[in-house]
Design a protein around this ligand. Structure first.
Ligand code: BES
Ligand code: ZN
Ligand code: ZN
Length: 477
């Protein structure tokens, strides 16, 4: 589906369908042509309500904020998708136009690679008139810019969604690395893939142990985007567990399903670097992903094993299901060793069920040492349409990671505060000089949800991508 700007009055554009947002229940607006019918149908413009009258779809937006428009647009496109129409038109809604255009693209997404008979979709084009809801007209060039940015953002989110939704019998550390190299080729990024021998030679014993039991051994993926005019250097590190059975600390089957999404952090960092390069952001970006499969076999790592990470710290394994932090420990060390003078280091991971318990399924947990940095992610989340909230570290929780036999244990001795203790574990692999440059995003809740919500159809959401792009754009100054 493409979105096309039209320097024409809304009523003059020829299209099969009209999309109208009813703002603040104002049914007396000039765009509302079917007042009597709408009244008859009981439509009053309440939030997220929809009414189709002949060839018009009316969508209620009570609250005047971007997210309400984004969700309304996703709802509208979801309702239009099954119709046998090829085009629709919409007007501009001031500062909300960009959210609307993004909502169309995000709500239109569907993953049906595995359906032998996918439903056919005939909707091909949405025309956006430069005519404004408030009467004046917006500038064609700026509308085209908005459409372009939204289009690249949506493509990035949908790229992450596709990677995550792909079944784990297709996506393993080796095929994920292959996907990364394809993205790199397409976007002209530097790409280096390291195999298990490199991990061995370079002392990355934590990541290596996690992937040991799998028929497909771990891969460390490193993509880089280096524009000539770079003003900042940012490293993203993603958790790329292509499947998480829990290992010998095996997950019960109800908790194992959806663990194909345990590579959502890796998918997010790959999508982020792609979008950043498509948008030609003036920032050097590195996307590093630790890809491994946490499987079960005679060769599996075990509870009681002691691992040595790249920074020489020893880790007592008490639970093989707390594997993401082990992979990230080595990937974070690698990132700091290889990328000199970084300005920020951001990890993105489906790290803990505890984060989902703390914040609910829809919110990303933000952790780290620097208040301004954490706040900037919450703010970028809000602006981009992602929910994020800070979980605070404290000295007492830190003590719960103490090990009797090694430098640190991979799980806390308490069942409470698990998202934070996981974050504190990661902090042990962040060099002192980088403490205030690091932020940890736990996307275990929003990365994959088994029912449609907001702008997300069933399955992977691409959590982290929009928030990170918005945040990168905020760095420009
Ligand atoms: N991949 C899981 C976390 C997860 C849970 C992601 C639910 C998405 C949805 C992670 O590797 C894990 O299993 N963590 C354990 C840690 C525990 C053993 C300390 C958890 O959260 O239960
Ligand atoms: Zn796990
Ligand atoms: Zn995991």
């Amino acid at each position: 589906m493409k979105i096309v700007a039209k320097n024409e009055q809304f009523s003059k554009i020829v299209a099969d369908f009209r999309i109208l947002f009813v703002c603040e229940k104002k049914l007396d607006h000039r765009f509302v042509e079917d007042r009597e019918r709408l009244d008859l149908m009981g439509f009053d413009g309440s939030d997220e309500s929809i009414c189709i009258v002949e060839n018009s779809i009316y969508v209620g937006v009570e609250n005047q904020d971007s997210e309400s428009y984004r969700i309304a647009a996703a709802k509208a496109i979801g309702a239009l998708k099954p119709l046998k129409i090829s085009s629709a038109k919409v007007a501009c809604y001031g500062e909300y136009s960009s959210a609307i255009i993004e909502g169309f693209g995000l709500g239109f997404y569907e993953f049906n690679s595995y359906k032998s008979k996918p439903k056919s979709v005939s909707l091909e084009t949405i025309f956006v008139s430069t005519e404004e809801y408030l009467g004046n007209s917006s500038d064609l060039a700026s509308l085209e810019n908005i459409i372009n940015r939204s289009d690249l953002m949506v493509k990035g989110v949908n790229l992450a969604r596709d990677l995550i939704n792909t079944a784990p019998n297709e996506i393993n550390p080796i095929t994920l690395a292959k996907k990364a190299s394809e993205i790199a080729k397409d976007a002209d990024l530097e790409c280096t893939i390291y195999d298990e021998k490199y991990l061995e030679t370079n002392g990355m014993g934590a990541m290596l142990a996690v992937g040991k039991a799998s028929a497909t051994q771990p891969r460390l993926i490193h993509l880089a985007y280096k524009p000539k005019n770079a003003q900042k250097k940012v490293v993203f590190v993603g958790k790329g567990l292509t499947y998480d059975t829990g290992g010998l600390s095996l997950k019960p089957s109800d908790y194992m399903t959806t663990m194909k999404a345990d590579m959502s952090g890796a998918a997010a960092v790959m999508a982020i670097i792609k979008v950043a390069s498509d948008l030609a952001l003036p920032i050097e970006i590195h996307a590093i992903a630790g890809a491994a499969e946490n499987a079960v076999s005679g060769n599996a790592f075990r509870p009681d094993d002691v691992l040595v990470a790249k920074n020489q710290k020893t880790i007592e394994v008490k639970n093989t299901d707390a594997e993401g932090r082990l992979v990230l420990a080595d990937a974070l060390c690698y990132a700091q060793d290889m990328v000199k003078d970084l300005d920020y280091i951001v990890d993105i991971a489906t790290l803990t069920g505890a984060c989902v318990v703390a914040l609910g399924e829809y919110t990303t947990g933000v952790m780290g040492f620097d208040e301004d940095l954490k706040n900037s992610f919450v703010a970028s989340g809000e602006k981009s349409g992602e929910l994020a909230w800070i979980l605070p570290f404290n000295r007492h929780l830190k003590k719960l990671l103490k090990s009797e036999v090694a430098d640190i244990s991979n799980i806390s001795s308490s069942r409470y505060g698990g998202a934070i203790t996981a974050g504190i574990f990661l902090s042990e692999f962040i060099e002192e000089k980088n403490h205030n440059k690091w932020v940890h995003l736990d996307i275990a809740g929003p990365a994959f949800v088994e029912k449609a919500w907001g702008v997300n159809p069933y399955g992977a959401t691409g959590a982290g991508v929009r928030m990170a792009i918005e945040w990168l754009e905020s760095l420009k100054g």
